[in-house]
Design a binder for this molecule. Structure first.
Ligand code: LLP
Length: 438
């Protein structure tokens, strides 16, 4: 039933029976901006930021902060909004760093991540005064040692630790287990050695610890375990090395609803679970309470995003499947092809009609695997109809490519009945901008 699907994703249907996004008829958005189109509901985006802010303040007090993992949707506008809502910004490359700075976010509010930061990126971050380097490995320590000396500066760091925890999520987005390319292992002594090393580096100040165990996680238990392990570790290095941990950054990873049957924990419930563990453990070890930070990406932007598509070719294979092809595909949302991700859709002009037909929503890239939804129930669909796919705010635009030389779609921000373009649709000439003819 389309009505139930629309409601499950927190949107509404207007008097004309059309899907409405942030007070705007989806058909009007498609007419004004074209398709495929990434629409972000500004109110939802700000509400998600606000829920993190308020939940942290309530559960832990003032010494807490949420940091937007910009990789989920890195644009100038999204970084501006997150920062306006009081968040720091996690950047994981020179490009994300550049975007956040262009958004006017003060460098001190940036957390610089990455398992293979280049010397150029580290120099850029040092010159601009990035607040925290989240140091991933010994190679990065080597680079920091050389570059802080050359630039006669210092770096405030968190250590990225790998606690050896495997949450239930897709293997490609699990990061906290022993066999991970990220971070200093806590179980094999690497984390301890990293603390020792940083304490001997005159230009590096160890401010705290960081762990991120995975993404799209619904179960709170691995988050609790990871948080507890970090506080235990903080107590150990205080006792054995006289090192103080001022900040605990527990990473991101809270899952969102992609399909109606998904029941992720609320932001508030997740934050409270983390804050409770940290508070209890800190008391047990008689530590002074560190600043608590979390680093959500998906749960900030994911549910705020809807992608609009126009239906083109329809191919019915009797007794097998009906493929409804849209003007997008894996070039603008690679998640189904990459992770087998599931999405739900409605026909935007007939959002209240009974969903009677089962079909697949196919993309237009030259690959059989480019299917956005393998099975969706919709009212009978014709060429020219508008389809809306929910939950596409995170890791779609930011992971889009120009495969098959498709121009990337525009991103619009919709709020209070108004919509404005925050990333323009690429043109064919944009695609050729860096080509050099023979
Ligand atoms: N912090 C760190 C260090 C991370 O690596 C990530 C995500 C986050 C925070 C934010 O996690 P979130 O709250 O968004 O789950 N492309 C994949 C997701 C990759 C996540 C990478 N790291 C997907 O489309 O599902």
């Amino acid at each position: 039933m389309s009505l139930a699907t629309v409601a499950a994703h927190g949107f509404r249907i207007n008097g004309a029976g059309h899907l409405e996004l942030a007070g705007i008829d989806a058909l009007v958005l498609a007419r004004d901006f074209g398709t495929p189109l990434h629409v972000l509901d500004e109110g939802r985006l700000r509400a998600n930021c606000g829920e993190y802010r308020d939940a942290l303040a309530q559960a832990y007090g003032r010494n807490a902060r949420a940091i937007f993992a910009s990789k989920a949707c890195c644009t100038v506008a999204t970084c501006q909004i997150a920062h306006q809502e009081g968040m720091g910004i996690d950047v994981a490359s020179g490009g994300e760093l550049h975007t956040a700075l262009r958004a006017g976010v003060p460098a001190k509010d940036l957390y610089f991540h990455g398992n293979n930061k280049t010397p150029d990126e580290i120099e850029y971050a040092l010159r601009t005064g990035v607040g925290r380097f989240v140091v991933d490995n010994d190679h990065e320590f080597d680079l920091l040692e050389t570059l802080t000396a050359r630039l006669d500066t210092t770096a405030d760091i968190l250590l990225r630790l790998t606690p050896g925890i495997e949450p239930h999520t897709h293997q490609a987005i699990r990061t906290g287990g022993v066999d991970s390319k990220f971070g200093f292992g806590m179980l094999d002594g690497a984390a301890y050695r990293a603390v020792v090393r940083s304490s001997r580096m005159p230009r590096v100040r160890l401010r705290g610890l960081h762990a991120h165990i995975g993404s799209q996680v619904f179960d709170l238990e691995p988050f609790r375990t990871s948080a507890g392990a970090l506080v235990d570790f903080a107590a150990r290095i205080r006792d054995e090395l006289d090192v103080t941990v001022d900040e605990l950054n527990l990473g991101g990873g809270l899952g969102i609803r992609y399909v109606t049957t998904d029941e992720p924990p609320s932001i508030t419930g997740y934050v409270r679970a983390l804050a409770d563990v940290v508070t209890a453990k800190v008391r047990e070890h008689r530590l002074s309470p560190p600043r608590l930070s979390v680093e959500p990406g998906r749960s900030i932007v994911g549910s705020a995003g809807v992608t609009l598509y126009t239906v083109g070719a329809i191919k019915s294979i009797p007794g097998v499947r009906t493929y409804v092809a849209v003007d997008g595909g894996m070039f603008e949302n690679p998640r189904p092809a990459l992770y087998g991700a599931h999405y739900e859709a409605v026909a935007a002009a007939r959002a209240a009609d009974a969903a009677t037909d089962v079909m697949a929503v196919a993309g237009r890239c030259c690959e059989s695997g480019d299917v956005l939804i393998w099975e969706v129930r919709l009212p009978p669909v014709r060429s020219g109809d508008l389809l809306a796919v929910f939950g596409t705010g995170a890791y779609t635009y930011s992971m889009a490519s120009n495969y098959n030389r498709f121009p990337r779609p525009a991103v619009v921000l919709a709020g209070d009945g108004r919509a404005r373009c925050v990333v323009e649709r690429e043109t064919y000439d944009d695609l050729l901008r860096k080509d050099v003819a023979l």
